[in-house]
Ligand binder design. Structure first.
Ligand SMILES: Cc1cc2nc3c(=O)[nH]c(=O)nc-3n(C[C@H](O)[C@H](O)[C@H](O)COP(=O)(O)OP(=O)(O)OC[C@H]3O[C@@H](n4cnc5c(N)ncnc54)[C@H](O)[C@@H]3O)c2cc1C
Length: 436
């Protein structure tokens, strides 16, 4: 009998398992794949190259939501020193990324009128109540400030910070919430030393019990007795527990449990969650762009990039360099290879325009189509207040964590934050003597 069974070994599953194990709970993590890490897995090959499913940065670095999990474990993430030098691609050119309202006021990439409007817009963001804007779009919010077309063209930059570049789609409340936290923290993104490997190595150390993590074991069903969870059945065995924490994406939940146990609203939400998709390319280079230490974000084309080995040489063998680029695929991407190919060409054409010598220095490249990048597109109907709570309201003992439920922040932060919430709730339940 386990205190809790965790389905999935990604950011969310491993975080919640570590937080519970750290408090002495007997946990079992079941992961259907052969590696831990989920959408943030990474491995180092025999030649010494570290390959990540996608380069993972953590918003607000040490002050961010990911690090809250590690602070609770008394084992904070070790971030690389803030590199500075972040850039944006706008109108086919590379510009310094403005930092804060004053940075925008002095940025030469916009006309003086646009800069003044942008500054006004950012001051409005600073004063706005995020909760009043979750149900409206970023474009709606902007139109309460101005209709300047030049600034409107620049708005995707703010959408990209929550990985939803379309201002007519992104929830204004989510953008406001994120930008307010950035302004308050005075810090952008942070990259963990060694990438995601550090994250999972740390989490593993907090789950010391041998045999607490079963890889290549798929949960086939969640068992229910008298309206409460009693355990799970996998493709290999059956395990008992009065608590199951499901960290897979919500659309996959009803493969494991009868949808009749949930409210129609929950079922409808879970079945229709819209995710984002992307395509990433890892370039191993013989020569790097030595001045590129910060990340790159596209404004009029939804791309992002990092030159990992410029700041963390542990990613490649000596004399080789790694740069990872990603591009969002169109909403509703269904695996169409021609769409992915077109995105790859668009990405490479952009790289060639910005860094004319880059592609000539490529030694090897790995192209990865990513059907699910972020589990939840942060549009109004999927903004924080609309995502399901981490405690299931209809099935006792069932909890949810991961980036499709009601964690804070965006992208992987939703996973970390929901995991922390679940662990705090379970620890509080036990503390109150409700265990078992
Ligand atoms: C290329 C890429 C780049 C990204 N970059 C960033 C970034 O820079 N910053 C950021 O914050 N976020 C980023 N993200 C998003 C981030 O990776 C995800 O939000 C996060 O990894 C999700 O973690 P999770 O634990 O919620 O879900 P997952 O990682 O999907 O983990 C769920 C796990 O559950 C397992 N599972 C599901 N069903 C079962 C079952 N029935 N039995 C057993 N196991 C099961 C799955 O195999 C999976 O391992 C990026 C994502 C991608 C793909």
């Amino acid at each position: 009998m386990y205190d809790a069974i965790v389905i999935g070994a990604g950011y969310a599953g491993m975080s919640v398992a570590a937080l519970l194990a750290d408090r002495g709970r007997k946990v079992l993590v079941l992961e259907k794949l052969a590696l831990i890490g989920g959408r943030a897995y990474s491995y180092t090959d025999d030649e010494g190259y570290t390959w990540e499913y996608g380069a993972h940065s953590h918003r607000l670095a040490e002050l961010g939501l990911a690090n809250q999990v590690f602070k609770a474990l008394d084992d904070p993430i070790e971030f690389l020193p803030q590199a500075g030098g972040a850039k944006v691609i706008y109108r086919d050119r590379l510009w310094d990324r403005p930092e804060g309202p004053l940075g925008f006021l002095s940025s030469p990439m916009l006309s003086l009128t646009a800069r003044v409007v942008l500054m006004r817009f950012l001051l409005m963001v600073k004063r706005a109540e995020a909760h009043a804007w979750y149900d409206r779009t970023l474009l709606d919010f902007y139109h309460t400030c101005s209709h300047n077309r030049e600034v409107e063209r620049f708005l995707p930059f703010f959408g990209m910070t929550i990985m939803c570049p379309d201002p007519a789609k992104a929830s204004a409340g989510e953008v406001i919430d994120f930008l307010q936290r950035v302004i308050a923290a005075g810090i952008g993104v942070g990259d963990p030393l060694g990438g995601s490997r550090q994250i999972f190595d740390k989490l593993l150390r907090h789950i010391p019990e041998k045999d607490a993590i079963h890889l290549q074991e798929k949960v086939m069903s969640i068992r229910i007795e008298d309206g409460a969870v009693s355990g799970v059945v996998t493709d290999k065995a059956e395990y008992r527990s009065r608590r199951v924490i499901y960290t897979g994406r919500l659309p996959l939940l009803f493969g494991l449990i009868d949808r009749g146990l949930f409210t129609p609203e929950f079922v409808n939400y879970a079945e229709t969650v819209e995710n984002s998709s992307g395509l990433t390319i890892d370039f191993i280079l013989k020569q790097t762009e030595p001045t590129m230490n910060g990340g790159i974000l596209g404004v009029d084309i939804p791309i992002w990039a990092r030159f990992q080995s410029n700041t963390d040489p542990s990613f490649t063998p000596k004399g080789r360099f790694l740069s990872t680029w990603g591009i969002l695929l169109p909403w509703g991407f269904d695996g169409d290879a021609t769409v992915a190919k077109a995105a790859e060409s668009r990405l490479k054409n952009t790289i060639a325009k910005i860094f004319p010598n880059f592609l000539r220095h490529v030694d090897k490249e790995r192209v990865t189509v990513v059907p699910v990048l972020n589990g939840t597109v942060l549009k109004p109907s999927q903004s924080k207040p609309h995502r399901p709570r981490v405690v299931c309201e209809t099935v006792k003992g069932l909890y949810f964590a991961g980036d499709t439920v009601r964690g804070d922040g965006c992208s992987g932060d939703i996973s970390f934050s929901s995991a922390l919430k679940v662990a705090e709730i379970i620890n509080a339940e036990d503390h109150a003597g409700l265990k078992g």
